[in-house]
Design a protein around this ligand. Sequence first.
Ligand code: SAM
Length: 271
Amino acid sequence: MSRPGSPPRGAAPAAAVASEAGAAAATPGGATHFGFETVPEAAKAGRVAGVFDSVASRYDLMNDLMSLGLHRVWKAATVAHAAVRPGMKVLDVAGGTADLARRFAQRVGPTGEVWLTDINGPMLSIGRDRLLDDGQTQPVVRCDAERLPFPDAYFDRCVVAFGLRNMTRKEAALAEMSRVLRPGGRLLVLEFSHVRKPLEALYDAYSFRLLPWMGKRVAGDADSYRYLAESIRMHPDQAALAAMMQGIGLAGVRWFDMSAGVVALHEGVKV
Ligand code: SAM
């Protein structure tokens, strides 16, 4: 991990910056982005579901190949940073195949709870099976991050890893995650972000050429991995995401770049 960040000093008030970030991501007439494509808001979730239905069975293998195993390091750093203790209640949003939920389950012990949630059935059923293989009987719930079926102020930690980028209304989803956190609870967002300038050309070549090629060979699906590369470029950069988190009322927002900004871990505290 390197370079802790924070919103630039002397910038516009958080709410103003957040709405600018939202405006940059939004398009007129209830439209949004699916990768580089502009699609009606109502269509995005279906398109995203198509991606994860298609890649679910090869998702974990592709993660290892695409990142050369680095995703394990990013996730381990996230779990360490979350400082989850026995007895805590943890929500894994868009938790997919349960990489994070499994690690948190070991930490909360028998008195804690880890809720694995995702909107996608095939991803979630792999996640549930992996938890059961570990001997963990944690709750698993299929739900949309933009409408979480949990009471206010229930969780000590809420974590979303590589999920926010796929959501249609990111601010609404972040606000939901904040709602279910208890005061003092922490939201952690692990997501692909904007790589440092000198690496951009190399990263573009990797993402737009090698990734779809690998996706076709390993998962039989080049388009889903082209979407991955495009959705990363359309996702708010580190400062814009921090501003969005401040805009929904989280305090102490900061971020940590990992692997030169290929991913960033953002953190905010529920007031
Ligand atoms: N968190 C897991 C990990 O780090 O390996 C899975 C990440 S995977 C790239 C993204 C996940 O986000 C998919 O499982 C997808 O179904 C889920 N997702 C997308 N939109 C969602 C939404 N609106 N609500 C909940 N989950 C969503």
